[in-house]
Write a protein that binds this ligand. Sequence first.
Ligand code: NI
Length: 138
Amino acid sequence: MPLVYLTRVERFNAAHKLWVDDWSEEKNFEEFGKCANKNWHGHNYTLLVTVKGSPDPITGFVIDAKYLSKLIREHITDKLDHCNLNLDVDFIPKGTQATTENLCIIIWQQLQTKLQNCRLHCIKLIETENIYAEYYGE
Ligand code: NI
């Protein structure tokens, strides 16, 4: 059966701060730059969820993209949008650095159990026009 990759794009806006309590303010800014700003700051995130599977012989879909969108919104973006990623989100463990990398892993873990008839292939999260991370479940 041919294997096809389908990607759905969703967006959310959220606040965070990257910080290590044991470090000095100077070291935090050296490591994290403006993402260490004490009073938080936001990013406009773009989330790309790629699934893989074979097109259904009747619908031609790997997954109904509208249904995939609903799953992503319900389980991920509605819960992250306009939130503080360090404080507000029940599925982000306290103390987790809310980096693009860690968010990819957490989003993968949240979504993978929700899919039927296709498998998660990649979570790609774009934080700024210059930075994005991808996670393939390894
Ligand atoms: Ni930041």
